[in-house]
Design a protein. Structure first.
Length: 94
């Protein structure tokens, strides 16, 4: 596992090692990453907690050949934002 700024070139240059997956984590967006296998295509994924923060979810976004890294990052950001726990309690207006 390594952390680097994910780009299309970085994903294309990465290779899985000896029948093992290599996981690349993005430095710009926490929870966004790419799995690279030696024989198959790379897959973008996002790792986040649900709104209630009681469950962790790993969701595949798309193959690296199907979407660009920037498109996958935007999708991951949207998923993380929709599932983020609320930071402020609602208050009644008096």
């Amino acid at each position: 596992m390594s952390r680097l700024q994910l780009t299309d070139q970085a994903v294309a240059a990465a290779k899985g090692k000896d029948r093992h997956l290599e996981v690349l984590w993005d430095t710009d967006l926490y929870g966004f990453g790419c799995r690279v296998s030696p024989e198959g295509p790379a897959t973008y994924f996002v790792y986040y907690r649900t709104k209630s923060a009681d469950r962790r979810v790993v969701k595949d976004i798309a193959s690296a050949g199907a979407v660009s890294c920037e498109q996958a990052r935007r999708i991951a950001s949207d998923l993380i934002g929709r599932n983020a726990p609320r930071q402020f309690a609602r208050r009644a207006v008096n």
